[in-house]
Design a binder for this molecule. Structure first.
Ligand code: SF4
Ligand code: SF4
Length: 232
């Protein structure tokens, strides 16, 4: 067993990393992954990488990358370079983003990163909702598996629940998240949620990591375009 040096990923804003032995994962998930293996590569670990806060966006801009999907392309490229530098002679397979279905939220729960918020994004005490899954690798490494973060959901201790009251669509008023209400409101001409989520921004947890305007605009304009493309 060995310990990875994640400095290069941290510097690029990919500060969330978790290593799992495939045997640690729920049997069904591990079996689904194994069925897609290249047996010649002897992959036995899964490495989950996410970003938190604003550093990734700044690193992407500084890199000068030109791409339709700069976040994905920069993340995969950076992780690939890190892996090659850290583990010469070892092999890895990028399964996210890729064509193998991966339950990112389930992995996030196992890593202790992810608790459900009322508006369905993951939340944790360190980053609030200002983090996201970026890359998943299968690798033939022998790293020490990560210990899950041990933290309860910040929502469990939140009396004000300002995310619920601040949502202009009232999407959480019924005690669960009404996606249809959220989408309908986002499509309105005068919507305040065309390029943001008012509920998300109102949550005080991890607010120092809140994305800047440009990063927010990028993320939410993509999701709105997708909503309009699919005609929801
Ligand atoms: S405002 Fe409270 S309930 Fe809402 S996401 Fe933040 S911590 Fe959770
Ligand atoms: S995007 Fe807007 S409408 Fe949807 S949950 Fe967030 S605040 Fe509510």
């Amino acid at each position: 067993m060995s310990v990875a040096d994640f400095t290069a990923l941290n510097d690029a804003g990919l500060q969330l990393q978790a290593v799992f032995d495939l045997e640690q994962l729920p049997a069904e998930m591990a079996a689904a992954l194994r069925s897609r293996f290249d047996p010649a590569q002897r992959q036995r670990q899964l490495i989950l990488i996410g970003h938190g806060g604003r550093v990734l966006w700044e690193a992407i801009k500084a890199s000068g990358i030109r791409s339709e999907n700069p976040i994905d392309d920069f993340s995969v490229r950076t992780v690939g370079q890190w892996f090659a530098q850290q583990f010469p002679g070892r092999t890895c397979q990028v399964i996210y983003r890729g064509d193998i279905p991966v339950d990112l939220q389930a992995l996030g729960r196992i890593a202790g990163w992810h608790h459900a918020s009322p508006f369905m994004l993951g939340i944790n005490q360190d980053w609030g909702t200002w983090f996201a899954y970026r890359v998943v690798l299968l690798a033939d490494t022998d790293l020490d598996p990560s210990r899950p973060l041990q933290s309860e959901s910040p929502c469990a201790r939140c009396a004000e629940r300002v995310c619920i009251t601040s949502c202009p669509a009232g999407a959480m008023d019924g005690g669960s998240f009404a996606l249809g209400k959220c989408i309908a409101y986002r499509r309105e001409a005068s919507s305040r949620c065309k390029a943001t989520c008012v509920a998300r921004v109102s949550c005080p947890v991890g607010s120092s990591h809140r994305y800047g305007d440009e990063q927010m605009q990028h993320a939410y304009s993509i999701s709105l375009r997708e909503i309009e493309r699919r005609g929801y």
